[in-house]
Ligand binder design. Sequence first.
Ligand SMILES: Nc1ncnc2c1ncn2[C@@H]1O[C@H](COP(=O)(O)OP(=O)(O)OP(=O)(O)O)[C@@H](O)[C@H]1O
Length: 388
Amino acid sequence: MLSSEVFSQVRVADFVDIAIVSIVIYLLLLWLRGRASRSLGIVLVLLMGTFLLARGLDLYMTTAAFQYGFIGLLLSFVLVFQQDIRHGVERLGAHRWFATSGGNAPLDDVNETIVEAVAAMAKQRMGALIVFPGLEPLDRHVRGGVDVNADISFPLLLSIFHAESPGHDGAIVIDQSRIERLGVHLPLTNKLQKVGGGGTRHAAALGLAERCDAMVVAISEERGTISIAHESELTVVDAAELSDRLSSYAAKEQPSTRASSFLGLQNLAMKCTAVLLATTLWFLFAYRTDTIQRTFSVPVEYRNLPAEWEVDEHNSTFVNVTLSGPEPAFSLLDPATLTVSLELEQIDRQGEFPMPTAPSLKNVPKDLSVERTIPAVISVEVQAKSGE
Ligand SMILES: Nc1ncnc2c1ncn2[C@@H]1O[C@H](COP(=O)(O)OP(=O)(O)OP(=O)(O)O)[C@@H](O)[C@H]1O
């Protein structure tokens, strides 16, 4: 049976191999979903599909074109998306299991105060912009403002955004239960079609939500609406929805939720796609049933030779070693680092060393074994150092 044959040859290390590549592909898909355009995603999937097909059908010219074009493609990808890549890495580093400090999302007890104040401001048609930072740093994206560092309260929020207040222009930044800054300038989006009927206030809310994981609430002075900008989307909500979104946002910042969202059933389709892709790649590039042999000229190294002896010049300094094993194991081998190491501590004039086994050969991946060496037995002669 083919399947049992395959399973008998799969090692635990192969599962680890597939798991690591699956995680990398999953993170890439997550990042693509949030950051890159749909058309870029389609182009990447098409390119990958064509490459896999070319490999599977042994289309030599297409495969070669991909292999040679790959570095160029990778370089242009990095150049075009350098900002997105930096953001992706920041996003990854901001996950709680890497992060040293906690998130800044508001705690549940202050959510109620914020929701009440936002609803009141919307009713009174007071324009406002409130930033709830996530785990990613904001500093790179925002400018200006004045430090406040005050407890959040209903009257304070309404006072700040009162049209007569000198600090009402710009956004406030919340840090858990405190107002950290006011009058902060946010970057604008250039996807104006997503802002709908809104102007620069709403463009600023979306602009920040496109650049980091912060959630921004905008209240429209003209229309009295409440909008949430998060993960590159701007949505109009009512007070009840705002309350739900703030609570789930705060919960999402908890480490346990983050870990379970990674290990749990969320994004199941994307996780399955990642595992499927990783398994396909493994079958194409790593799974080889046939054993191959390769011969290397390996230098001989003498260890722990007593001080009174020296190795006779006539001893061979290189040995031809034939290794055998699965082809992918050879890709882990760097022939330049191969060494036959001979222990000479006990030697007395002359010693014979049988064919070295893989462990006595330095730097041989563990799936490779020594088939033969030429010479089969390495004999070493030593002589007393001249003058002793
Ligand atoms: N880049 C920015 N960063 C922070 N706040 C900004 C920014 N741009 C504009 N604002 C705020 O938005 C206000 C102007 O809002 P504007 O009327 O242009 O936008 P809007 O989206 O139509 O809002 P509204 O519906 O309340 O009128 C400014 O007075 C300022 O307080």
